[in-house]
Design a binder for this molecule. Structure first.
Ligand code: FNR
Length: 184
């Protein structure tokens, strides 16, 4: 069963993007294992903090990514880009030089916002960065979700049939993508 490290780009408790990640985990059932990484205690990137090792939360995050078969980014859009929490994790994971945890790792992006464009610009920026980091990024399908308050229930079920189908299609494509990029 593939193991997917999930990077949710929002740190707030009631994050709609965390709800989306939990709904995807629910939808996946036993097809894969989702591991939502804890990012709230990771400091802002500062090379001085390698003393001589990076801080423990950074080491924990990097080990989780290294052990995972793939990474799913679930990001909000902040001012027409992805969030600083995502960028911070990407920067930490890319250092020290030559010891990045990202190259070759299968990846996909989803995101939700209350607005009409549903994180399209954030995802476009993030694609650029992930390709630069050498990740094996899935190009299609894309999901730009305009989040409605009743879209996901308290048990993380997707209430609306069409949204559930969209998410299910994305998940199936990502699982096939992970399989295709399995080492060896
Ligand atoms: C936003 N929001 C937002 N939404 C959007 O569609 N495009 C944008 O550019 C922005 N910009 C933005 C900047 C900042 C600093 C904040 C805090 C918010 C609104 C955003 O989509 C909304 O707050 C989501 O609920 C954030 O995601 P989480 O935290 O609920 O997962």
């Amino acid at each position: 069963m593939p193991h997917i490290a999930v990077i949710v780009g929002s740190l707030r408790r009631e994050s709609i993007n965390r709800k989306l990640a939990q709904a995807l985990a629910r939808l996946a059932g036993s097809q894969c294992r989702f591991d939502l990484l804890e990012l709230g205690d990771i400091p802002l990137y500062n090379e001085d903090l390698f003393d001589p090792e990076p801080p423990a939360p950074v080491q924990r995050m990097k080990a989780a990514v290294t052990e995972a078969d793939a990474v799913l980014f679930v990001t909000p859009e902040y001012n027409r880009s992805f969030t600083p929490a995502v960028k911070n994790v990407l920067d930490w994971g890319s250092r020290p030089y030559g010891k990045s945890c990202w190259p070759g790792k299968p990846a996909a992006i989803v995101g939700a916002s209350p607005g009409a464009i549903g994180t399209a610009v954030a995802q476009s920026h993030l694609r650029h960065v992930l390709v630069g980091l050498g990740m094996a990024l899935m190009g299609q399908p894309e999901i730009y979700l305009t989040f409605k308050p009743d879209m996901i229930d308290a048990e993380h079920n997707v209430v609306d049939d069409r949204t559930r189908q969209l998410l299910g299609n994305h998940l199936a494509a990502f699982l096939a993508w992970i399989e295709r990029h399995r080492p060896g």
